[in-house]
Design a protein. Structure first.
Length: 402
């Protein structure tokens, strides 16, 4: 029997709901999706899934180590302990999320989730591996309390699925559920930059924590989605690292240990906006040209292929060697960096694509390690070098119409 990793089914499951939301919104004549935003959101999610593949084991190992050495209580799975793990996880999440907005070090990883100006299911996929690490730190409380690692692993999957469904504009208020659970209406408030909605509704499944701790706001006014100061860039790398760079500049400027600690543990508002402007000036040259339909199709195709590769890499982990897994992950990461760069119509995608071609060749070779395969790959890869200028010209003509 073929051994598959059922967690991979999350990919078609979520993509199915994303498409459903898209078609329903089209039918209702609501424009909820901008092409560039949706692709950028999906790319962040793909990167998280693929890096997660390489780190999940490490989390399980750390949780087991804490549980075996430092567990305070001896908890066994049972009805009461499942209720307890639900309440504790949700409460810990509340604090993880609140810190994520209030402490620069944590905001630097959470900010990515809030960069989109859209609000739809694709936004829920905007989670990064760094955020997963920060979250894991908070969740270390669970094995410390004595919840067995297997129980934690199962529960975190359930807890991870719920928030996907709160990222939509298609679901209105939900009656009595609004009193107890985090609903799409509550989470719309959380993703808005309206002044009265800032730093509100941190909850993941239960809204009661926000109500008890004074961070609750009801959706009254129409929300305006995205950051107070929008990013206006689809560069994958910029999205992930702009805030860390801003912090570095602020750290360099801060005099004395106290000021430096304030940069790390202070509030995001305290970072001087001048740093962002300086970095944007230095590192970003945004192309404001609207992207042609043909390029849009190409980017979409690139994303679909990446999603398919991701799905099978996750599904068949049992049959893939570590070497193949690393190469497939590199291919996926290069593909999403390329997508972002193509949206911004960067010229360097040519070099990245040429390198991506080599990675594809290496992947083929690991599956069919024969001499003739090696020879074909080498010829195919080196051939463009002889027609370097004309290949490059043709490539740009194909991609950007010149
Ligand atoms: Zn948040
Ligand atoms: Zn969210």
């Amino acid at each position: 029997m073929i051994k598959i990793n059922i967690l991979a089914l999350a990919v078609p499951f979520f993509i199915g709901f994303i498409l459903l939301e898209y078609f329903v919104s089209q039918k209702r004549k609501k424009k909820l999706h901008q092409f560039e935003e949706s692709i950028a959101n999906l790319n962040v999610g793909i990167a998280e899934r693929v890096t997660d593949l390489l780190t999940t084991g490490a989390f399980y190992f750390v949780f087991s180590w804490i549980y075996n050495n430092y567990a305070i209580f001896d908890i066994h799975p049972g009805f009461l302990s499942w209720v307890m793990i639900f309440l504790v996880t949700d409460f810990v999440w509340y604090w993880y999320h609140r810190f994520g907005h209030k402490v620069n070090l944590f905001w630097s990883v959470h900010v990515v989730h809030h960069q989109s100006d859209d609000f739809n299911y694709t936004v829920s996929t905007r989670i990064t591996i760094f955020q997963a690490v920060a979250r894991g730190l908070f969740w270390s409380v669970l094995p410390l309390l004595g919840f067995p690692p297997d129980m934690i692993a199962v529960f975190l999957i359930i807890h991870g699925v719920y928030p996907f469904f709160t990222h939509t504009q298609l679901v209105g208020k939900l009656g009595w559920l609004e009193y107890v659970f985090v609903t799409p209406s509550h989470h719309r408030v959380h993703h808005s930059s309206n002044p009265e909605y800032l730093d509100k509704n941190y909850g993941d499944i239960l809204i009661v924590w926000d109500k008890l701790l004074g961070t609750f706001a009801e959706e009254k006014e129409e929300p305006k989605y995205g950051l107070t100061k929008p990013l206006n860039s689809y560069s994958f790398l910029w999205q992930h690292f702009h805030f860390q760079l801003e912090m570095l500049l602020a750290l360099r400027e801060a005099k004395g240990i106290k000021a430096k600690l304030k940069v790390l543990f202070g509030k995001p508002d305290d970072i001087d906006p001048v740093h962002r402007e300086y970095l944007e000036e230095k590192l970003l040259n945004r192309n404001k040209q609207p992207i042609q339909l043909a390029l849009q199709r190409l980017i979409l195709l690139n994303t679909v292929i990446t999603l398919i590769v991701l799905f099978f890499t996750l599904l068949l982990t049992e049959y893939v060697t570590t070497q193949q897994q690393i190469l497939l992950c590199v291919f996926i990461l290069l593909s999403i960096i390329n997508s972002g760069a193509m949206i911004e119509q960067k010229r360097w995608v040519f070099y990245l694509d040429y390198f991506r071609l080599l990675v594809v060749g290496l992947i083929c070779y690991t599956f069919i390690p024969s001499d003739s395969m090696l020879l074909s790959i080498t010829i195919l890869w080196l051939l463009p070098l002889f027609f370097y200028k004309s290949t490059q010209k043709k490539y740009y003509a194909y991609l950007y119409n010149g």
